[in-house]
Design a protein around this ligand. Structure first.
Ligand SMILES: O=C(O)COP(=O)(O)O
Length: 197
């Protein structure tokens, strides 16, 4: 598999997800990756059996309580393991959620998979920065792949940002290179462009 091939060259390969540590860690582990795992849109970084919690769930939980007082709320099943945010099922209407929480100083982000209630400043780039510190490498040495709005800061702040062809407008506009190919085939195209395959 392409990512293991890249890792075998001595390059750190990391998953950066909006999902919780148990899910992102399991994906990383099943693929056979050894790099840090960035979870909860940069809220938590997990490396060598240690979790680094970079944001608290206090503000997102206050926003959740406010939302629940105004409407019926469907949270993600995985929210029971979430440490730094609250995530809602994307069957909920984002415009109604935004209107109900307009007085809260939080960030509301839709990814196509979920609606995340995040802390201001919480994004994958913050998690990547922590991972870079743990690995003693520079952001400018990192190439990032993404497809969603929640990837935009990471795509901008890493040395080279690559969006796959099916990426959202925000992801594609934040990338240095937009692949011709979609999904996993796009990742293979990007890795080849970097000379890694
Ligand atoms: O949790 C989400 O909303 C999406 O997660 P992803 O960043 O791994 O695509």
């Amino acid at each position: 598999m392409a990512l293991r091939k890249v890792q075998a060259k001595g390059i750190h390969v990391c998953i950066a997800s909006g999902n919780v540590v148990p899910v992102a860690y399991a994906v990383s582990n099943y693929i056979g990756l050894r790099g840090p795992v960035i979870a909860e849109n940069g809220g938590v970084v997990s490396y060598k059996k240690k979790n680094y919690q970079l944001f608290s769930s206090e503000q997102p939980k206050k926003a959740l309580a406010c939302l629940e007082s105004q409407m019926s709320v469907t949270r993600l099943f995985s929210d029971q393991w979430r440490l730094s945010a609250v995530s809602l099922d994307n069957c909920m209407n984002i415009e109604k959620v935004k209107a109900a929480l307009k007085d809260f100083d939080i960030k509301i982000e839709e990814t196509g998979f979920a609606i995340h209630l995040l802390n201001k400043g919480q994004n994958k780039a913050v998690g990547v920065r922590k991972a870079a510190e743990l690995l003693n490498i520079k952001m400018s040495e990192i190439a990032a792949f993404g497809d969603s709005d929640n990837d935009k800061e990471m795509l901008k702040e890493c040395g080279y940002g690559i969006a796959v062809a099916n990426g959202s407008d925000e992801a594609c506009n934040s990338a240095d290179y937009v692949c011709r190919e979609r999904y996993g085939t796009g990742v293979i195209e990007g890795l080849s462009r970097l000379g890694l395959l």
